[in-house]
Design a protein around this ligand. Sequence first.
Ligand code: M6R
Length: 610
Amino acid sequence: MCGIVGAVAERNVVEILLEGLKRLEYRGYDSAGVALLTGDGTINRVRRTGKVQALVDALGQQEALGSTGIAHTRWATHGGVTEANAHPHFSNERVAVVHNGIIENYQSLRENLVNQGYTFTSDTDTETIAHTVNEALKNTDSLLAAVQASVKQFHGAYGTVIMDRTDPSKLVVARSGSPLVIGLGLGENFIASDQMALLPVTRRFIFLEEGDVAEITRRSVAIFDKNGNAVEREIIESSVEHDAGDKAGYRHYMLKEIHEQPVVVRNTLQQRIDETGLLPDIFGKGADDIFARVKHVQIIACGTSYHAGMTARYWLEQYANISCNIEIASEFRYRKSVVHPDSLLVTISQSGETADTLAALRLAKELGYMASLTICNVPGSSLVRESDMAFMTRAGAEIGVASTKAFTTQLTAFLMLTLALGKHNNIAGEDQQAIIQALLNLPAKLEETLAITQGIEDLAEEFADKNHSLFLGRGDQYPIAMEGALKLKEISYIHAEAYASGELKHGPLALIDEEMPVIVVAPNNELLEKLKSNVEEVRARGGIMYVFADKDAAFASDDTMRVINVPHCDGPIAPIIYTLPLQLLSYYVALIKGTDVDQPRNLAKSVTVE
Ligand code: M6R
């Protein structure tokens, strides 16, 4: 969470920093700030609460100039949303700092610094970084040496960029737990918490590793590892689209991303599968030998990615005949768990930087999993670099905080994993063929499904004044109901719960009345008759239902039930198809309610702190 941008150049860097912040705003958007080293040897700092635009407007009132600068967009952890708590933070008008992460021992650092005579002007943990570095500068002329000495005192997670008023030629950056990427320019260099921020100015990147500290000047980049040794890190040419931050004519990124799903799913399948099945080595060289030995799969993820993993468990056990557990990363990392013999650990993440998922991967390595695979959307991210195998989902940049296309590409990836593991576990020939055909038809089916938008816009009208809702599904549609409920609560702020519909009579049935809309996902599968019984249980108690159903499922609209027909689709891809109408429903309800669809309150796109 939070976004960081920094630049050292010959030219004025204000526009570069502001453009970078706009491109990172989806990561945190409660306040923003910039600090520029000016020609007269002072630091010009401007901070504003609210969106980046408030900062842009404030800077528009003055002629801000500076060829070295740092900037930040915040998602508050320590200290409320105030201008005083916005970054950059200063120490004695000399040291300026932006920071992403949490300094866990900030209370004790703060006490010591106060005893040393420092005055704190914010409630943040970040201000301790500024004062600690300032204090270290009493023993050295080198900002780099001061930062290297200071980071030894920090516990927790940080991606931080530090600027010294007395040395405008450089920025020093440090990474532990929170990602930072250096952007290489011609006679100018940059730093950011995400390459997206820097795509307008460079495509050449160095991803810092855990414990790295680096000194960046206009013409040089010097990197030191956690032991202080000078190291070379690989330069990567980015293939991420430059204009991914563009809404392409859509009103919101979320709507654009929903409509991109046929294309990005096609991209995810491309050169990985054809009529004969999976192409060789799509999970990486040697992956097939590992898969041949796998006896159990443990999936770990958070949020929407967790729902993808839940769906995958149904598929892996049903089709690939392999046992599978799924757990939320924040639970897994803090409990004692038993590792099944020959277990494959699979992490799923859009960002590849989710703090809990990353910590779970690191823990799993210690616990002795046979190998780790990540299904991830961001090349070069921490999960990709630290896993034994990586399968990229090719969804392209996802800017809307509510995850949409990342989810459907994750599910697509999991169906391919089901084929890959099933090959070694007697997958039934007809299941294998059914999955292959369904995957090949998937992009076209997604397009067909998006065409039902109009009916859903109308439906949203009936929802917008409700305070609660219940989502029901069975089998591999249960996680889809959970994902539908998550989408609705995230962007419309309507309380939504999901239940496996067989659980209704074990408690939630007590909630049913005409003020509690019930959303049902009803493909025409072997559980349909069971689901119909659950629908009748709701009807008998006066509930109002909205049923997304296959036309062959024989549901008919009446006073208590509104049926929205979803195109008929093959069993294995039904969870992917039924996701789309639920995404659209949430979107249109949020639109009617007038919420901030792309940047809903209290949330951030990438959760890089615990
Ligand atoms: O980047 P990740 O997939 O690891 O993120 C996990 C969750 O934070 C994320 O899916 C979150 O739940 C989304 N906002 C849901 O729309």
